[in-house]
Write a protein that binds this ligand. Structure first.
Ligand code: ASP
Length: 340
């Protein structure tokens, strides 16, 4: 087997951070740290790698959508030269970036594994070495051909993943989709691994960055309807409405319903996702959900909020109109949802 070549892109995050008087801060020169702390990354038995470091590594809570498009451009631009990509990223918005990349990279089939760590590489007991080595070895198997999140003992579909633990080393889960691979003494690949061959509209056009205003609004008891109006007034073109259970909201409040109707009539796409970690939206199950659909909201099925948010962004970035975006939001383009 010929030795594979992997591009490691260091965007920032805890993995490369250093301590400061105010807590951990992003730091550069990961290359030197890798040589000091993780020399086995360069072993002959590992894929060869080329490291690209962001000039200003990010605390990922500062990442904006522009960051996803820039990263997608870098990956596309280097696609011919590498067998796969490892993206080192902060964990706080890692699931957003992984979801976004799955939509922005269309049908390209080279593996992209987004990873990071909960404990910096410069500290003893860091989880960075395991996460990095696992990502590299999984790419070397040639068994993953999509954007995935590699963290702790699993490799998961990127757009199904969400951060579920702020402090444990198993920080990510994909509650509605089984792991692509589990890593113990051996790497065990799961059976459910097929992406739709056709990425639909995202296979035909490449989204280029646009300043799209997408909002995420959680439903909560007593939610003032004017929060919806205020969001629309900011110029939002899409709202991910994080609803209760299978997709319910305070639809007995006429002001809430009217605000939702105004939003949809103004051309805003409202996508209902569930606040529950597991399960799916079924808008017809309760009258309180049917009312959302009646006002013009569309179902996000079992999508994570991160997937719904980044998918809306990518579809609006294509310049599609409201009806087309609403339609494609309900299609399974990159394995991000299971329709009813
Ligand atoms: N705050 C850090 C970041 O997201 C957390 C981490 O990387 O784990 O950049």
């Amino acid at each position: 087997m010929t030795r594979k070549t992997v591009s490691i892109i260091y965007t920032g995050g805890t993995l490369g951070m250093r301590p400061s008087a105010r807590g951990y801060v992003p730091a550069g020169d990961l290359g030197a740290l890798l040589e000091e702390r993780l020399p086995e990354l360069g072993a002959d038995s590992m894929p060869a790698y080329a490291l690209t470091e962001y000039e200003r590594p990010l605390e990922s809570s500062n990442a904006t959508p522009r960051h996803w498009y820039d990263l997608a451009d870098r990956i596309r631009g280097a696609d011919d030269r590498f067998d796969g990509f490892v993206v080192i990223h902060g964990t706080d918005t890692l699931a957003y970036t992984a979801s976004a990349l799955s939509f922005l990279l269309g049908e390209r089939a080279k593996p992209v594994i987004v990873t990071g760590s909960q404990i910096p590489l410069c500290e003893v007991r860091s989880d960075a070495p395991g996460n990095l080595i696992n990502a590299m070895q999984v790419i070397a198997t040639g068994r993953i051909a999509e954007v995935a999140v590699g963290f702790g003992s699993t490799i998961r579909r990127g757009n199904r993943t969400t951060k579920v633990n702020a402090t444990e080393l198993e920080a990510f889960d994909s509650p509605n989709f089984p792991p692509l691979a589990e890593i113990g003494t051996h790497i065990r690949f799961g059976e459910v691994n097929a992406l739709p061959a056709d990425a639909g509209v995202l296979g035909r056009q490449t989204p280029a960055y646009r300043d799209c205003n997408i909002a995420v609004l959680p439903i909560f008891p007593g939610m003032p309807a004017r929060l919806i109006d205020a969001t629309v007034e900011t110029g939002a073109c899409g709202i991910v409405l994080s609803c209760y259970g299978v997709g319910t909201a305070p639809t007995a409040d006429p002001a809430f319903l009217a605000a939702l109707r105004r939003a949809c009539d103004a051309g805003v796409i409202v996508v209902a996702v569930s606040q529950c970690l597991e399960g799916r939206v079924l808008l017809g199950r309760y009258a309180a959900g049917s009312a959302l659909a009646d006002m013009g909201a569309v179902s996000g099925f079992d999508m994570t909020a991160e997937a719904a948010f980044t998918k809306l962004h990518a579809l609006f970035a294509l310049g599609l109109g409201r009806d087309a975006v609403a339609r494609h939001m309900q299609e399974n383009l990159r394995g991000e949802l299971t329709a009813a």
